[in-house]
Design a protein around this ligand. Structure first.
Ligand code: NAG
Ligand code: NAG
Ligand code: NAG
Ligand code: NAG
Ligand code: NAG
Ligand code: NAG
Ligand code: NAG
Ligand code: NAG
Ligand code: NAG
Ligand code: NAG
Length: 473
């Protein structure tokens, strides 16, 4: 009990000390920053009592952020004394409108009003007695008729026009740009993929005022660079950062070494020819047919960052031949030819029916024909099944382009299972055969309904019995 009492009294003592320290801090903060020397008031020895001019607030230097608003008064001891403000460039301010202006009430003190402070407002502002001494400001004798304060303007940290994705050339020296703005100017440090980069005495990295200099760039230098700006002053501290994705430029190279140099189609069918290549900057893709640009309505080209797929509706035998894909960026180019040859249109499935019903799927019984007088290569190798629920079918007005699809290949097994269906729901389905030349005609549409769920499963009876027994005891 005694030790507890001691503990609490020590605690109370500590708290009260802290409170007084806090109190001191608070009072020292009142009335602005209190930092800097400034000239302020210089009461001359001849007037030891009240000076003729007094600023309100009266701190010699005042700190504000850009866009802050602020007002300061110039008070005189004698009410009838006329005063005026001079800006840091020595110009007399008399405008009563504008971002920085004068407000004068007939009796009150002369006010200097800043709306949305800007960097250019920083400097020494002076209030002086308006007499016949105008233009003769550097007379020391008259210092008693002046009162001035220094306005310090701070600017938030920002990164201006710094690009968040930058790309540099492999094998050369490069600069990751980071344009830090802020007043006072912050310290900048760099991180690479979250790790601090030591730029002191480094043979690889150098910190420059406008970014990070990297010597002899290689692919290993690609990644995320964080430009971190931080500052600590006697009145405040803050920090901000921007992350830059650095890409290393390189000439295009293929995604896959092996693409089919020969593809097949049949007149009336469709085929996709694809061309995928990496490159930085992302390369352009061009398709040519027998050395000429592709014209007409029977094709569409789908372009992505790193590939272009040529989708052909084969309507005419003249569309067979050599298709060349050209890939280029400023660092290099690649090309590849795909020969499009006529193949045999596959025959549709000879049988398409339900094999087994589940609550969430169907197992299908699909049978293929053996295509006579075509090569083994052109034989059917799988099926495509398209399906939609009765509701979806009604919703899409019977348009099969909204159907879901599932592709089967015989080399992955001869079980044709459609999963992830809704319980107790009716589906419309159709099937087609696939061979190298494309898809057969669709089968007739079949209608199947998934099983209703939640039925009593007798095989689980022993488990139910055990659970019941456990609850009972
Ligand atoms: C200052 O305010 C203006 C308008 O209120 C705004 O457009 C501008 O971005 C602000 N500047 C800063 C540095 O906050
Ligand atoms: C304002 O006046 C003080 C005191 O004379 C001086 O130290 C400071 O450099 C001046 N500031 C500017 C921006 O001229
Ligand atoms: C950087 O190199 C100089 C000269 O070689 C050396 O004096 C200094 O200690 C080095 N600094 C660091 C941080 O390694
Ligand atoms: C640049 O780096 C590569 C390896 O990435 C190296 O082979 C080459 O010698 C380096 N060049 C210079 C000038 O350091
Ligand atoms: C592609 O082929 C080139 C040369 O034939 C070989 O060096 C490279 O390793 C291959 N790349 C892949 C992903 O197979
Ligand atoms: C070609 O690609 C499109 C888009 O991926 C696809 O919808 C279409 O079924 C493909 N055509 C063939 C014949 O594979
Ligand atoms: C196929 O194209 C050629 C050349 O454009 C044309 O002369 C021919 O009539 C076309 N054939 C058919 C069936 O459209
Ligand atoms: C199969 O051969 C017959 C007779 O030679 C021919 O009429 C038919 O077009 C051929 N079918 C295919 C799919 O090539
Ligand atoms: C089916 O929908 C697709 C995609 O919205 C559309 O392009 C096509 O014209 C429609 N077909 C019919 C027969 O309405
Ligand atoms: C199955 O669906 C039908 C029609 O929507 C409904 O009448 C029937 O009650 C449902 N059965 C079960 C077990 O949910």
């Amino acid at each position: 009990m005694d030790t507890l009492l001691v503990f609490f009294s020590v605690l109370l003592l500590l708290l009260s000390q802290n409170a007084s320290i806090l109190g001191q801090l608070d009072s020292s903060n009142i009335g602005g920053s209190g930092m800097g020397m400034g000239i302020g008031l210089t009461p001359p020895a001849t007037h030891p009592t009240t000076p003729p001019l007094r600023l309100q607030p009266s701190t010699p230097s005042i700190t504000h952020f850009v866009n802050d608003s602020f007002i300061i008064f110039c008070q005189t001891v004698q009410k009838d004394i006329d005063t005026k403000w001079r800006d840091p460039r020595g110009q007399t301010r008399e405008n009563t409108k504008g971002r920085v202006h004068i407000e004068k009430k007939t009796t009150g003190p002369l006010a200097l009003v800043f709306e949305h402070i800007s960097l250019e407002d920083s400097g020494n502002w002076t209030c002086e007695v308006n007499g016949n001494r105008n233009g003769n400001r550097n007379v020391n004798v008259e210092r008693e008729f002046l009162a001035s304060f220094e306005l310090l303007v701070n600017q938030k940290i920002s990164f201006g026009k710094t690009e968040q994705v930058q790309s540099v050339r492999e094998g050369r020296d490069a600069l990751v740009n980071c344009f830090v703005e802020g007043m006072p100017a912050p310290e900048v440090s760099w991180l690479y993929n979250g790790e601090y980069i030591n730029t002191v005495n480094s043979s690889k990295h150098n910190r420059l005022s406008n970014g990070l200099y990297i010597r002899n760039v290689s692919q290993a230098d690609a990644g995320e660079y964080t430009c971190r700006a931080m500052r600590i002053t006697s009145t405040f501290s803050d920090a901000d950062q921007i992350t830059i994705l650095l890409r290393i430029q390189h000439k295009p190279h293929w995604f896959f070494n092996e693409t089919l140099p020969v593809q097949y189609a049949y007149v009336g069918g469709a085929v996709n020819l694809s061309c995928d290549a990496m490159g930085e900057p992302p390369p352009s893709f061009t398709w040519l047919h027998n050395g000429k640009g592709i014209v007409g309505f029977n094709h569409r080209i789908f372009v992505a960052d790193y590939g272009a797929t040529l989708q052909l509706q084969v309507k005419n035998a003249t569309q067979f031949g050599d298709y060349k894909c050209k890939v280029a960026n400023p660092l290099g180019m690649l090309e590849r030819v795909i020969k499009l040859r006529p193949g045999a249109k596959p025959w549709g499935p000879t049988r398409f029916q339900l094999k087994k019903l589940f609550t969430d799927g169907f197992e299908l019984d699909i049978q293929r024909p053996h295509m006579t007088n075509v090569s083994d290569e052109m034989q059917i190798y799988g099926y495509r099944v398209a399906y939609m629920s009765e509701t979806e079918f009604k919703f899409s007005a019977g348009n099969w382009s909204y159907a879901k699809q599932r592709d089967f290949s015989f080399h992955r097994g001869m079980r044709f299972y459609i999963p992830y269906l809704e319980t107790n729901t009716t589906y419309l389905m159709r099937a087609a055969s696939r061979n190298l030349a494309g898809l057969s005609d669709w089968s007739a549409v079949k209608v199947f309904t998934t099983a209703t769920g939640c039925s009593w499963n007798p095989s689980l009876f022993p488990i139910y019995a055990i659970i019941l027994a456990l609850i009972w005891t």
